[in-house]
Design a binder for this molecule. Structure first.
Ligand SMILES: *Cc1c(COP(=O)(O)O)cnc(C)c1O
Length: 609
């Protein structure tokens, strides 16, 4: 096991010795914010704490320990690092004596000659220092520090963050409240309230302190949402500009700038900001002259917004199944649909390909088919802004790409969308259609059917601030996925949505499937059980060919008898994936999931022995 110590001070040195004493642990890095840069010291990496995430990806089996004696600082670092419990090692000096019935949490360190007796429970990130004694049946909370030679006699309860000074003794059955400090050499014979300093023989409360906001644990009943908006703080700057210049209108400088910034980020020639992703799809279909009675091929496993605009044009959708590697449009099913259309003598006017939950569809294969039949492709990248396919940005593959800035998407303007293309003429036409198709004339003259689809200058301001943090949001979403994956991928019957080689998914939502035959629990029950724990999880999109709205429409499945999208719908679950989700919130989701799955597994396959 590779160990990274965070805290390069006196306590760190002592813990380093413990790491060296064990054959199966190897110290690979010392991180501390006193180191401003990353460098190598012999075989050791030295650097600032922010380097921790990079180290995670450098080594296979890497675990962390915070080696800072100050309990508050330890907790603040843990909160900031935002890693799952299992990423922290428990280190025990070989001379310590630990009862087999005692338990010790993650990230805790037990120093030389310490004793932990029967049925005592030690929490996470605890320091039990040299020669201290934790007798039987004690409960020691997270972030506690027992200084050298401190003694907890029996059945003592030490709450979170308590510091017990060197040589202090606590008599049996006493409780010490959270974040209190007991002076060195004190004898605690009465309970000590939270947030106090107590000293003396017998120990008396000398001082009360205020609880720091950062140390308060989150409300365990607070609802954890699927993908709530995550503002950057800079939105206000752009909104203020709009207000100061009185540009409270659709269109204006923020709209122009947002369009330019999106086009430049994506590497496309032009972009037009509109009122929603749905409006962008509608404009794309209008520009491709999709009319009454025309057909449009569309991914079936998607949100209804992908296909509703087909109905706006009185055209007919034909739904195409998913394939297992990306959950997106199957090129086999698409090929079959095209062959039938050819035979019937009526090719579709467009193909709408969706990139589900951030994962790009197999663009090369799909484009090859569309090009062979000379039918334009519209890429519904509403969920995949920030993703890539073979190094090229998602949403830039088709004749048109569309994005959504709805409240739950990876970046948001509260509501909004973008239509992008390399066809400058087409984007110019889209602007015209989206502003009521107003002819250039000295009065209001209209010769075509138009729409009121432009984005407001205020909302475009929010979009500009959000685009600035897109890369950060992608990293946070991918990190969410990594944590879920590390904690849950080994559970029997659980499989995560794959990431196709050569693609980078923004992991907008972390999504998995659950095999009821193995786990004994169906997706619907799991979603309900999470809801009981105030956690919002959702089914994977219900395929559009199964929607009452599209009853009777044609559908092409991936295999002869196998509908991939239907299986994904039956077994798939989207987990809370907010880029602003706190680590303890994600741990709640993980624990809740593990609990049900492992309980069911025991009931279905009793474990013997
Ligand atoms: C959100 C979404 C849309 C629609 O975007 P809106 O801005 O809500 O109109 C279209 N397609 C997919 C796949 C989506 O997830």
């Amino acid at each position: 096991m590779n160990i990274v110590l965070i805290g390069d001070g006196g306590h760190g040195k002592v813990v380093q010795d413990i790491v060296m004493l064990h054959k199966n642990t190897r110290l690979v890095a010392f991180l501390d914010d006193k180191h401003k840069e990353v460098y190598k010291k012999g075989n050791l990496i030295v650097g600032p704490i922010s380097f921790a995430q990079t180290i995670m990806s450098m080594f296979q089996d890497v675990k962390f320990v915070i080696t800072i004696g100050d309990n508050k600082v330890r907790k603040k670092i843990i909160n900031k690092l935002n890693l799952p419990h299992i990423c922290y090692a428990t280190l025990i000096h070989p001379t310590a004596t630990i009862s087999p019935s005692a338990t010790i949490g993650h990230g805790s360190v037990i120093m030389a000659h310490a004793v932990i007796d029967s049925d005592s429970q030690i929490g996470d990130h605890v320091i039990i220092n040299t020669s201290s004694v934790v007798e039987h049946d004690n409960i020691v909370g997270d972030f506690v520090h027992l200084s050298p030679s401190a003694t907890l006699t029996g059945a003592v309860k030490i709450r979170e963050g308590v510091h017990i000074g060197a040589g202090a003794t606590v008599i049996p059955n006493i409780e010490i409240g959270q974040w209190s400090v007991i002076g060195a050499g004190s004898a605690v014979i009465n309970p000590i309230p939270p947030n106090s300093t107590a000293v003396g023989v017998p120990a008396k409360v000398k001082e009360k302190h205020k609880m720091e906001e950062v140390l308060v644990n989150h409300d365990k009943n607070k609802k954890i949402l699927l993908s709530p908006p995550h503002l950057s703080g800079n939105e206000w700057k752009y909104i203020q500009e709009a207000i100061d210049t009185n540009w409270i209108a659709p269109l204006g400088p923020n709209v122009d700038a947002f369009e330019k910034e999106m086009a430049s980020y994506l590497g496309v020639k032009d972009a037009v900001a509109v009122s929603s992703g749905t409006a962008a799809i509608h404009l794309a279909l209008s520009l491709l002259d999709v009319k009454k009675g025309d057909t449009v091929f569309c991914s079936t496993l998607t949100f209804v917004a992908s296909a509703n605009p087909i109905l706006y044009q009185d055209a007919v959708p034909v739904f195409i199944d998913s394939e297992p590697e990306t959950w997106n449009m199957s090129s086999e099913a698409l090929e079959k649909a095209f062959e039938d259309a050819m035979l019937a003598g009526k090719l579709p006017k467009a193909v709408i390909v969706v990139n589900l939950y951030g994962q790009s569809a197999k663009m090369e294969e799909i484009l090859a088919i569309c090009n062979r039949y000379e039918v334009p492709m519209i890429e519904d990248a509403a969920e995949s802004l920030g993703s890539q396919y073979k190094g090229k940005k998602s949403g830039t593959f088709g004749k048109f790409g569309i994005f959504s800035f709805n409240g739950n998407k990876i970046v948001t303007t509260s509501g909004g969308g973008m239509l992008v293309s390399d066809d400058l003429d087409a984007i110019q036409k889209a602007r015209f259609l989206a502003t009521q198709a107003k002819d250039s004339a000295p009065y209001y003259q209209h010769s075509k059917k138009g729409y009121n689809y432009r984005m407001s200058n205020v909302l475009a301001g929010i979009g500009r601030a959000q685009l600035e943090v897109l890369e950060e949001r992608v990293n946070a979403k991918r990190f969410n996925f990594l944590k879920y994956y590390k904690e849950l991928s080994k559970l029997p019957g659980v499989q995560f949505m794959p990431e196709l080689e050569g693609t980078l998914s923004n992991r907008w939502l972390t999504t998995l499937t659950i095999d009821e035959k193995i786990t004994g629990i169906a997706a619907a029950q799991l979603i309900q059980s999470l809801a009981d724990d105030h956690i919002e999880a959702r089914h994977v999109w219900k395929p559009l060919h199964l929607q009452p709205l599209f009853k009777g429409q044609k559908y092409y499945s991936h295999g002869e008898h196998k509908s991939i999208s239907e299986t994904l719908f039956m077994t798939g679950i989207c987990l809370p994936s907010g880029s602003n989700m706190e680590n303890d919130e994600q741990m709640r989701v993980i624990e809740s999931l593990k609990m049900v799955i492992l309980q069911r597994a025991k009931m279905t396959h009793p474990i013997s022995g």
